[in-house]
Design a protein around this ligand. Structure first.
Ligand code: TEU
Ligand code: CA
Length: 543
């Protein structure tokens, strides 16, 4: 499979490169940086939404699925980007937000105006003020139902109140969304990312007295049927597709991504990015549980292999904090930890995703005030946390660790003004450390994090054992992530010290000390015991 040996680069266009001085990244900006991306060696670009949107959720509130928001440019700009990317052997993967649309979408506007056909495009229920149909909680805080007095009805919004859930039970809705895929396929894109696609099939609309309601709509009763129909009828079976799976299960992800199921090419699951959620709650901090992290890698790497599924491999995206700040070190071991974290997942079984700036070791934003934040979820939770009695200082500490804005500060191209992102006023503050962390500096440094990512991308292309090999996660002390890969007689042994403390290799693995093993990648010189702080040691053995 083509996507086994390729790496996907995720671009958040709004923060990638501005070319007209309005402080917003745009499509011509992406085009202007294609040589940088070609140099990195990536095979696909996942572009987050650039469609017409009120921007309440930065474009994940889509008001027109087959047009370009003028703030990102024109359809001609898109066609030019697609052409220039293709000329460099890079495919475009567009983001399809099919669980919900913006309430500004004409479909919803017609529903509000009383058009029953379009009311059935959404999930409306009769009701009285103050008595929502269920007690489900929105992922962005508050109740998941909004009352419309003029209609005497509620509508469901699992996310922001301006993101109304689409009614997938309605064949007319499914046909509309198939047409969207047909439109973009005809424009020559290579694939699609499907936003929270495992939430599209709602089961019983009942109160949840054990949780927030997610068990009634996550991996729902008809989700696999819908996905099979969507892929088959829109003719995208041969394209590269990835589903974002919220709070999902291994069994379902095997079904979503096993080629025999004819659903998707691969899936994003997020369990490994919740090991620092106290009691599973995003807005409650705790140090990362490394034992849980390794168990999750074992379950998902070995489980998906057994089931014929395929994982997207990622630490970062536009919703997650920066991984070097979260699991690595911003100080003395900044470079070593960023490289180790990259190698830890890039050498696993799956398709790796690099989120813009991750390849530079970009860090969290460290905003000092609520005024710096732009993300609707973060702002909502600032008010919720303060309402729970937390001080402003404690609330800002939590936002500083968890806010999605950590990954939405502008791409750091150079040390100069606004990191070369814009000649205007950026829509969100540029991280001050761009003077030290930027692409221009790292392109000149063969020991940079950027140079290391280039090696990782190239190694996957050149070594079938990385792209296709089996995987076995070894049982080791909590701070040591170790796994073996094997393919047609070639074995890899990858050792990752997840901490700043040296690790003595366990006695029973003395053969790791290089008997027939040769080092092919690392973030320190040579092979030494103990493993050094945040050391990754990648060994190969040809039998
Ligand atoms: O993300 C859904 C999702 O799982 C995260 O937003 C998560 O629920 C949230 O950060 C709370 O932890 C997708 C998009 O990636 C995200 O940007 C959108 O805001 C969301 O769906 C709604 O479209
Ligand atoms: Ca712009």
């Amino acid at each position: 499979m083509d996507f086994h040996a390729k790496t996907v680069y995720q671009i958040y266009p709004k923060s990638f490169q501005d070319t007209n001085g309005d402080g917003w990244g745009d499509l011509p900006g992406v085009t202007s940086r294609l040589d940088y991306l070609k140099n990195l060696g990536v095979g696909y670009l996942w572009l987050t939404p650039f469609y017409p949107s009120p921007q309440r959720d930065n474009g994940y509130d889509v008001a027109d699925y087959t047009a370009i928001d003028p703030r990102y440019g024109t359809m001609a700009d898109f066609d030019n980007l697609a052409r220039e990317a293709k000329a460099r052997g890079i495919g475009l993967m567009l983001d399809m937000v099919f669980n919900h649309s913006s309430t500004e979408h004409q479909w919803f506007q017609k529903a509000l105006a009383g058009d029953r056909k379009y009311q059935d495009y959404y999930i409306f229920r009769d009701g009285k003020p103050g008595e929502p149909p269920t007690n489900w909680v929105s992922k962005f805080g508050g109740n998941a139902w909004e009352y419309v007095p003029a209609l005497k009805k509620y509508y469901l919004h699992l996310f922001d109140v301006t993101q109304a859930d689409l009614n997938w039970e309605n064949p007319a809705v499914r046909e509309e969304l198939k047409n969207v895929l047909r439109f973009w396929k005809k424009k020559g894109v290579s694939g699609f990312r499907f936003d929270v696609v495992n939430l599209i099939s709602k089961g019983a609309f009942e109160n949840d007295n054990e949780g927030d309601g997610r068990r009634f709509y996550t991996d729902g009763p008809r989700v696999h049927e819908y996905l099979k129909e969507l892929v088959a009828d829109s003719g995208i079976g041969g394209m590269v597709t990835v589903g974002e799976m919220s709070s999902t299960s291994l069994d379902n992800c095997i079904r979503y991504s096993n080629p025999a199921e004819h659903e998707l090419s691969m899936i994003f699951s997020f369990h490994h990015l919740k090991v620092d959620y106290k009691d599973g709650q995003k807005w409650q901090l705790m140090p990362p549980d490394l034992r849980a992290l390794k168990k999750l890698f074992k379950d998902w790497q070995e489980g998906m292999t057994e089931g014929g599924g395929w994982n997207a491999l990622f630490w970062c995206n536009h919703d997650q904090p920066r991984i070097v700040s979260r699991l690595g070190d911003e100080g003395q071991y900044w470079k070593a930890s960023a490289k180790m974290l990259a190698a830890a997942i890039h050498l696993m079984r799956g398709t790796p995703y690099i989120y813009q700036g991750e390849e530079l070791g970009m860090t969290n934003a460290h905003f000092k005030s609520l005024e710096d934040y732009r993300d609707v979820e973060s702002i909502n939770y600032h008010h919720i946390l303060r309402g729970e009695g937390k001080s402003e200082e404690e609330t800002l500490e939590i936002l500083g660790a968890r806010s999605r804005d950590n990954s939405r500060t502008p791409m750091q191209w150079e040390a100069g003004k606004n990191a070369g992102f814009t000649t205007g006023t950026p829509w969100i503050a540029v991280n001050e450390n761009h003077t030290a962390i930027n692409a221009a500096a790292e392109e000149k440094d063969e020991d940079s994090i950027l140079a290391f990512y280039k090696k990782l991308v190239q190694l996957r292309k050149e070594n079938a054992v990385i792209a296709e090999g089996s995987i076995h996660i070894l049982s080791t002390p909590d701070s040591l992530l170790a796994y073996e890969r094997e393919y047609k007689g070639t074995r890899l042994l990858i050792l990752c010290n997840l901490t700043s403390e040296p690790i003595n290799l366990p006695e029973n693995h003395t053969d790791w000390q290089g008997q027939g093993w040769t080092k092919f990648l690392g973030n320190y010189e040579g092979i030494e015991a103990p493993l050094r702080p945040y050391e990754v040691l990648a060994l190969k053995k040809q039998s």
